[in-house]
Design a protein around this ligand. Structure first.
Ligand code: SF4
Ligand code: SF4
Length: 100
């Protein structure tokens, strides 16, 4: 029971990466930085360079892609649909990369 509650709490906190296709240039930087290898580039008739796609189930919520995307095309979205703020991305990324 306690384990179930803890899992639920963890799940509530977890934000996953979401691509904004209209801002994505298909540059592939997010694919390179994702430690979970859960982003790929898909090609459609509308964008010859491709558009990033995230596997939400595999995303570990590290924020690397959202921070490193030069076009601001990735949002970290909480389970309730709200977006994680950019300054929160920065703090988490610095910690994970050992700067803080
Ligand atoms: S880094 Fe940004 S612009 Fe480049 S492929 Fe990823 S989401 Fe698209
Ligand atoms: S938040 Fe991290 S794990 Fe999730 S898609 Fe972005 S780089 Fe990959």
């Amino acid at each position: 029971m306690e384990e179930a509650v803890r899992t639920e709490k963890t799940a509530k906190k977890k934000a996953v990466a979401e691509i904004r296709p209209d801002q994505c240039t298909g540059c592939g930087i997010c694919v390179s930085v994702c430690p979970a290898a859960c982003i790929d580039i898909i090609y459609t008739g509308l964008n010859f360079n491709g558009t990033a796609r995230v596997s939400r189930e595999l995303c570990i919520s590290c924020n690397f892609c959202a921070i490193d995307c030069p076009w601001g095309a990735i949002a970290m979205v909480n389970p309730d649909g709200s977006e994680k703020l950019l300054d929160m991305h920065g703090k988490q990324v610095k910690k994970m990369r050992g700067y803080a």
